[in-house]
Design a protein around this ligand. Structure first.
Ligand SMILES: Cc1cc2nc3c(=O)[nH]c(=O)nc-3n(C[C@H](O)[C@H](O)[C@H](O)COP(=O)(O)OP(=O)(O)OC[C@H]3O[C@@H](n4cnc5c(N)ncnc54)[C@H](O)[C@@H]3O)c2cc1C
Length: 146
């Protein structure tokens, strides 16, 4: 508990500028960007560490984003599989093939998704974000539930 003036603050995360609920790729990337700019940020995720999640293909167009987050070297050390193309069927039987050889950002990746999410969370922590295992919800007014 902390006290600021007459206001009792339940936990020090109340002193954060931004609270991110969910430590998936979106939440972690948001926290990295904010923390790198000096914003005090806490991420809450229900899970104590990333577990298996569906969605393992990282398209080449994600590469400039990883570079912008400053995690490209760590990513390369993780040993994810390179992917040179994809096949998909969206709402019809025909399978569309995409060859990444024509992509300006090079190949794509077949991720170990849990490892990828852990990498992003660690990068957020290294940038200064706090990462906490907790479920957080908003009330009807949109405020964070105590
Ligand atoms: C079947 C399927 C296949 C897919 N395949 C691909 C693919 O091949 N390539 C690709 O790029 N994308 C794929 N996607 C999409 C991709 O998985 C999502 O776009 C991505 O996970 C979104 O990231 P996110 O961080 O927004 O959400 P999520 O990854 O869902 O993360 C949300 C996080 O919030 C946490 N959370 C939720 N509620 C709370 C709460 N109240 N308090 C605290 N924590 C909370 C959860 O534990 C979770 O970790 C696929 C999706 C599906 C459904």
């Amino acid at each position: 508990m902390q006290r600021i003036g007459s206001e009792v603050i339940a936990d020090s995360y109340m002193l954060q500028d931004v609270v991110v609920i969910g430590g998936g790729p979106a939440g972690a990337a948001t926290a990295i960007c904010l923390a790198q700019r000096g914003v005090r940020v806490t991420i809450f995720d229900i899970r104590s560490r990333p577990t298996w999640k569906i969605g393992e293909t990282l398209a080449p167009s994600a590469w400039p984003l990883l570079r912008a987050l400053g995690v490209e070297n760590r990513f390369m050390q993780e040993g994810h599989l390179r992917s040179y193309g994809s096949c998909s069927a969206w709402g019809e039987a025909r399978i569309a093939e995409k060859d990444f050889i024509y992509h300006p950002d090079g190949c794509g990746w077949q991720l170990d998704r849990a490892r990828f999410e852990l990498l992003l969370l660690r990068a957020a922590g290294d940038a200064g974000a706090r990462v906490r295992t907790e479920r957080r919800d908003r009330d009807d007014t949109g405020r964070l539930r105590q």
